[in-house]
Design a protein around this ligand. Sequence first.
Ligand code: NAD
Length: 258
Amino acid sequence: MQEDAALLDAFRLDGRVAVITGGARGIGYETARLFTAAGARTVLVDLDEAAARESAARLGPQASSLRLDVSAEADVTRVFDEIASTQGRIDVLVNNAGMALRRPSTELSLADWQRVVDVNMTGVFLCARAAARHMLTRGSGTIVNTASIMGLSGGGLYPNISYQATKGAVVNMTRALAVEWAPGGLRVNAVAPTWVDTEFIGPLKNSPELMREIQRVTPLGRLAQPMEVAQAILFLACPASSMVTGHVLAVDGGFLAQ
Ligand code: NAD
């Protein structure tokens, strides 16, 4: 019986060091919470330094925090080097920081387009590159990117072109990095959540009509909870998914199955 119970250890992250971008709140925070419960040492990195510090304090001594804008190249390199040196290793990266500027395409300025590209697409690349430089020297590591159903569909309920384009880029970056780094022992996967009940969709929740539409286009008929996304991220990050790489796991209540 002891041996069968040990099978579940593959779903744990005991002793692993996990970096979670956008870890101060929402999906990132719930992921940090779950990872900490699964035995990991978690590092919450976020643009919002104070919130990240408070969130890490809530999780206890296994968690810590650092300020980082994922779109700032030099800072990304410095922060990942610092984590590798203070923690001794980086086993898991959850590339989760993201933003949206939901506007009609004809009214979206180049500066606004560029900011979303910098954070959602370039930020994912920069953090993956920085983490992989450490992981490849040890021949192991897992990266989980947060894409979106909007990276795999045209959306339709409201215009959001920079988000749609950058999350589509995250989907294919996941596949390409998985193939490139597989010989080095790394796995790269993504989750593609539906609308998740976090501050991220605060402006959408102000419209009861839109919320009804979201329920209507979601077969399970409700928003996802951030912990439901975190659970999928844990699966992709831990040894239980050891033969899974280059995969985009929809956490979408059936949205993409239609
Ligand atoms: P959230 O707004 O609750 O949290 C996002 C966190 O990212 C914040 O703490 C914010 O400070 C941080 N952040 C933003 N820009 C950053 C930057 N440049 N550098 C570092 N940190 C930065 O959002 P959430 O709902 O938890 O979203 C997390 C991820 O999930 C995002 O990539 C988002 O696109 C994706 N996603 C969200 C939903 C949803 O409906 N909430 C759906 C699909 C995908």
